[in-house]
Design a protein around this ligand. Structure first.
Ligand code: IPE
Ligand code: MG
Length: 259
């Protein structure tokens, strides 16, 4: 196998340095609006029901052996929604942290909000900073909330930071490789997602974790996010477990056959 094809982690056991299992699931929380519409409710109530689904899903993930969960809460493109809906979405982190942050902290969850800070209110930024500071030393479970996040925006921001470092003489162009670049992204230091789930029947990434998705398995489910819970995550994980991940290599039996 050519060195360039060598996967970073194909043969590596899926455990961390302490031997604990590593399984990172990312979810595009989608379908809140349709869920509300089906019930004749305002979209805001769909979003609030989505927060309840998030609570169920975080508990289910920890129970089902997932140790990192990254959820897409607000994209850099969601600013184009009506102002009232944007305001409702902006209020969701507060709603979630008010009811759940203390419990998450007690349970050892490290909470990170990833995304651009520009555009967020100072109140929301303080909430985010407090959540980071409070939970940064926790290590039983990682909850990453992508908020004002866009995969392309994050890649562009990382490229700009690298260019600034080169211009300032701190780095040389030839220093840049995949590992260094990954360290400039909002997800720096975290393992890439093993599985990306999108409920609501849509089958696209919508600018979520574009760089990090390189070898993720994708599972699409026909449930609207506010209805999501343990049974759906269990089904997604079962589908994931049945996949044959090769990272650009070939399976062991075929190596023997080829030899
Ligand atoms: C997900 O639900 C929430 C966000 C994208 C912020 P939607 O609001 O996209 O729900 P649908 O797609 O209209 O049903
Ligand atoms: Mg949607």
């Amino acid at each position: 196998m050519a060195a360039a094809e060598k996967p970073p982690s194909a043969d590596a056991p899926r455990v961390d340095q302490q031997g604990a299992p590593v399984l990172h699931v990312a979810i595009v929380m989608d379908g809140n609006g349709r869920w509300a519409k089906q019930r004749g409710l305002p979209r805001s109530l769909g979003h609030r029901a989505g927060v309840e689904a998030l609570k169920r899903t975080v508990s289910a993930a920890a129970k089902l052996g997932v140790n990192s969960l990254t959820v897409f809460g607000f994209s850099t493109e969601n600013w184009s929604r009506p102002a009232a809906e944007v305001a409702e979405l902006m209020a969701l982190p507060k709603r979630y942290f008010e009811t759940d942050l203390a419990r998450l902290h007690r349970e050892g969850v490290r909470v990170r909000v990833i995304g651009r800070r520009e555009g967020l209110s100072s109140e929301l930024l303080k909430l985010i900073d407090d959540a980071h500071a409070r939970t940064e030393n926790n290590d039983t479970f990682n909850l990453n909330i992508a908020f004002n996040y866009g995969g392309q925006a994050d890649i562009a921001d990382a490229a700009r930071r690298f260019a600034e470092d080169v211009a300032a003489g701190r780095r040389r162009p030839e220093d840049l490789d995949e590992t260094l670049f990954a360290g400039l992204l909002a997800t720096a230091g975290a393992p890439p997602p093993d599985l990306i789930v999108r409920p609501s029947g849509e089958q696209r990434l919508s600018n979520f974790l574009l760089w990090e998705a390189a070898y993720a398995e994708l599972v699409f489910q026909d449930v609207l996010w506010p209805d999501y819970g343990e049974e759906h995550l269990r089904a997604a994980l079962a589908e994931f477990a049945a996949r044959d991940r090769r990272y650009g290599a070939i399976v062991a039996d075929d190596v023997l056959a080829a030899g």
